[in-house]
Design a protein around this ligand. Sequence first.
Ligand code: NAD
Ligand code: MG
Length: 396
Amino acid sequence: MTRQNITVLGSTGSIGVSTLDIIRRHPERYRAYALCAHSQVDKLFAQCQEFQPVFAVVRDAQLAGDLAGRCRAAGLATEVRFGLDALIELSADPEVDAVMAAIVGAAGLEPTLAAARAGKKVMLANKEVLVMAGELFMHAVRENGAALLPVDSEHNAIFQSLPADFARGLTACGVRKILLTASGGPFRNTALADLHSVTPEQACAHPNWVMGRKISVDSATMMNKGLEVIEARWIFDAAPDLIQVVVHPQSVMHSAVQYADGSVLAQLGNPDMRTPIAYAMAWPERIDAGVEPLDIFAVGRLDFQQPDLERFRCLQLAYDVLHEGGTAPAILNAANEVAVAAFLDCQLPFLGIARLNEAVLDALPAGSEGSLADVLAADAEARSCAAQMIRERRFA
Ligand code: NAD
Ligand code: MG
């Protein structure tokens, strides 16, 4: 078996660390070729010592100098690079077989797109890429013979529950509905009046999953599920009304597909991201992921509820921008990134996130999602609009 060279975008994050755990368990299959992080140099240096990648990438020249010095002193041959250009090059590098796209937010768009354009196997956790530029990205995947393997647990479950040739069309495959499950986050049962005073720590305390802070807040507002509806629309070429969000508090059924003959196929498992990561990495094979087997007796029961679109306004906004099309999803994504950062920085109350997102969408008309430049321009405009509204303390 030839070893696959992997570039990990976001190696120091929650998904990145789980990806490295799969590489650690299967050194005969995978080699960490490039490890890319932002500013956590200590953590990246420890990863370099263990995995001895050919390249490591950090945010800027100063951090690169720091890391390079440490690597040299430790006798490592790892070459340290920095910045967006390095991320793009190492995603498209001819030596690379597969790219784990696990940067959080819009920052991952260009490197992930570069991987698709270079025809790589793209393992996609960074859902914001598809939200911002779904049409462009899917076009790049198809035109360049890239393989897109969803890592987001729901999309991975849907992928596993669809026939291998689903690209010929969901309706032709007899699909009636995609059942996209959602835990409902930490505030599923919190009274609306109490949501005003929620703190970042409370919002980040997800009942079932341990994740980065941005996606944790997105789960609490259910913006995450909204982003996932858009993600599913693109990965599976699914009409929006085919995608039904289902609140399932146990997070054991990771999503399902309902067929014309009455069958429902689902994927179940413990909430551990190493399952979808290992599936994406080894596809079409299956390998040990270090995940505890699901104890179905301990789970006991599975509950399902309709989502509350009034309480979770962000989920409704996602359906709205999907309907509007063009750059509207990119505008929502950018506003939300600014809103979540402001909330984590105690500059915006929890309920201000949805209000800010809606206000930015109202303020900015969507254009067509023509080129990458159009998407990046819409992203930049929405960020500055959102930042200004925060400075004016409109939703304080
Ligand atoms: P995280 O915050 O734990 O990690 C983010 C990673 O991105 C870090 O390695 C960080 O260094 C890097 N990064 C951040 N900004 C960067 C920039 N400007 N340039 C380069 N690198 C940058 O996030 P996470 O929870 O691992 O999530 C990563 C992505 O995966 C997100 O898009 C998230 O929605 C998605 N996802 C995560 C989970 C999960 O369980 N954590 C599940 C499904 C999908
Ligand atoms: Mg998910």
